[in-house]
Each structure stands twice: as C-alpha cells, then as structure tokens.
Design a protein around this ligand. Sequence first.
Ligand SMILES: [Zn+2]
Length: 148
Amino acid sequence: MKCAVCARQAKGLGYFNPRLPRSDPRRYSDRWVFCSMRCQNAFSKLMSRLAQFQEDAVIDPSDMEIAAMRSALGPLGEYVASIGMDRPLADYGKDEVLRLVEVVVDAYQAHMLAEHERMAERDRAFFEQRASRQASAATGGDHHRTPF
Ligand SMILES: [Zn+2]
C-alpha cells in the first residue's frame, strides 16, 4: 500500500470521514493509508476542507499528481547533466539508475506533501479570517453562535 499523500510505503495509518455515519461505506476507504502522522494530518485537514466546500471543486488530485511529476523534471535534468548529458541510459550503472529514480521520487513526494500542507494552511488562514470578521461584526446578542 502506498501513502495517499506522498506515495511512500504506507505504515497502516488510516483515515475515516467522521462526517459520515458508521453505516455509510464511504466513511472508510482502503486507499486512505499513510506513511506518517504528517501525511495523515495533511490529508485529514484537506478532507475537512473538502467537506465544507464540496460545491467548488477546486482541487483535482490528478492535476496535483501531474504538477508533482513536472516538479521532478528540474532535479532530473540536473542529475542527468551532472553525470553527463550525452551518455545513453544503457550506459548507466545500477547505482546511477537507482539514484535517478530516487531523485524523481524525492521531488514527487516533496511536491505532494508541500501542496497538501499549503492547501491546509490556506484554508486555516481563510477560516481564521472569516471567524475574526464575524467576531468583530457581531455587536451584542449572537456571541454563542459558532462562526461555521
Ligand atoms: Zn506520506
């Protein structure tokens, strides 16, 4: 199983959607497994964001995956240049091939994790802003209401 955020080997950290009832099969997915608490947290923040804004589907996971692949091109080019741009792949030693794979996978994972964290951070800032706007707009009366 691969981590749903960064595609590293998952370590049995799962996730369920607390907004859905226990009887709903969509509450769980065996694709929601993670390599670390960091990825699990990033994902659960993203899921709560999606639940709040299901109508504006701004996040397309496949777009994110494509962007993560693109982010590997720079490091890939640098590595190939460092060992000789004119060498055919068939001439690469095993260590060089493994290093090539590592360069790509590292860049991919770093991009996926950073994107998830960036989205979670942006949403946190959005909700805090909205909460403080509502708090300052509220004059008397309504203080017990939650901002959401
Ligand atoms: Zn992960």
